[in-house]
Design a protein around this ligand. Structure first.
Ligand code: KG4
Ligand code: ZN
Length: 349
């Protein structure tokens, strides 16, 4: 996305439609988050065991305008009060992204306000800034969602250096695929985490991939195979399913913790931000909070509802970019794949 300079402020409407959640919010750089609404398509996709892109796009078309009206009404304002419209421009499902982009751009055009195409992962990364006592750069961010597992060094907002990435499955994808092979319903991550709560630690021990060598990359696809083999062999034994789920969750959580610790050491930073859907995992949150206390670093999470996809993080990222004088040209462009490191830093604006 190109970024042009303008000087405009006022509340920013944020639209998220990159996957199976329609999220809308209004964020004001001075007053904070004014309203947000979310519609999840989970029930619709559950019958298919995963997201059906065409159905996702059509449902965003149905839900977006009613949600925009509802959000503005909650914020006690009309479209005329908006200073800009932000939307997720990528990465994500191209049809779903186009629905949000077209709607947001058309609205911005009609209101003669700037439109800002937001990187979905920047939205996730900035979500902890919606909370009280937000983190200040420099910090390290662990971004763990359905499509990404990344460790990023954040030296300024918009200035991101990739420290580590996944070589295969993302952490959320590993949760979802493993849940599916264990016969759990979509979305698998929360279902598997719930089952793991009733499992016993240590009954099944799976590897902590790539922790026995230096580096900050991840690889989670092998874990699924280990779980499949354990499941095929032991599924009929009492409580084995829950014990396997527990073993899997412990393996992922410990792997993420080891890599976070390593990233903090390598960058000499003592602030860690966790964001993305897997950041809603209670075990991960508890273990990281515990490690932070013992090891003298600070960890920042968004509240649970802002870990998974939402409009608030897009409105916030858009408002910060707009405040720094950045927005996009008039073309409706989306980027199903988009390197976070290619964004324009806010400080250089
Ligand atoms: O960030 P997000 O809402 O969408 C993407 O940008 O991908 O993340 C969704 C991912 C899914 O893979 C989902 O299973 C996972 O986050 N997830 C969880 C939990 N809640 C959501 N994984 C583990 N434990 C959870 N509690
Ligand atoms: Zn996401």
């Amino acid at each position: 996305m190109s970024n042009q300079k303008i000087a405009k402020s006022g509340p920013v409407l944020g639209v998220e439609s990159s996957c199976d959640e329609t999220g809308v919010a209004v964020f004001d750089a001075e007053r904070g988050l004014l309203a947000h609404t979310l519609y999840s398509q989970i029930k619709m996709h559950a019958d298919y065991g995963g997201v059906v892109p065409e159905l996702a796009s059509r449902d965003h078309v149905r839900k977006l305008l009613p949600l925009i009206r509802e959000t503005l009404s909650k914020a006690g304002m009309t479209t005329r009060d908006l200073g800009g419209v932000a939307y997720t421009a990528g990465p994500g499902l191209v049809g779903a992204l186009l629905v949000g982009a077209s709607c947001a751009r058309a609205l911005a055009w009609a209101l003669d306000v700037p439109a800002i195409g937001v990187h979905h992962m920047e939205g996730h990364l900035l979500a902890p800034l919606l909370e009280a006592d937000p983190p200040q750069p420099p910090f390290v961010a662990l971004l763990v969602s359905g499509g990404h597992s990344m460790l990023t060094e954040v030296t300024a907002i918009g200035k991101y250096r990739l420290l580590g990435d996944t070589l295969d499955d993302a952490a959320g994808e590993a949760f979802d695929k493993t849940a599916k092979l264990m016969g759990l319903p979509y979305p698998g991550g929360p279902a598997l985490a719930k089952l793991a709560e009733t499992g016993t630690a240590g009954k099944f021990r799976f590897s902590r991939p790539m922790t026995d060598r230096p580096g900050l990359d991840f690889s989670f696809s092998g874990l699924k195979t280990q779980v499949l083999l354990a499941y095929q062999k032991h599924a009929d034994e009492p409580n084995a399913k829950a014990d396997i789920a527990r073993g899997f969750e412990d393996a992922i959580v410990e792997t993420l913790l080891i890599k976070c610790r390593r990233a903090l050491q390598e960058t000499g930073t003592s602030r860690l931000v966790i964001a993305g859907g897997v950041g809603a995992n209670r075990k991960l949150r508890a273990q990281l909070a515990d490690a932070a206390q013992r090891e003298d670093f600070r960890v920042y999470f968004p509240r649970l509802e802002f870990c998974t996809d939402n409009g608030a993080m897009i409105a916030l990222a858009g408002a910060l970019r707009l405040k720094a004088g950045l927005h996009d040209d008039a073309a409706i462009k989306v980027a199903p794949r988009w390197d976070l490191q290619s964004l324009a830093p806010l400080e250089a604006a």
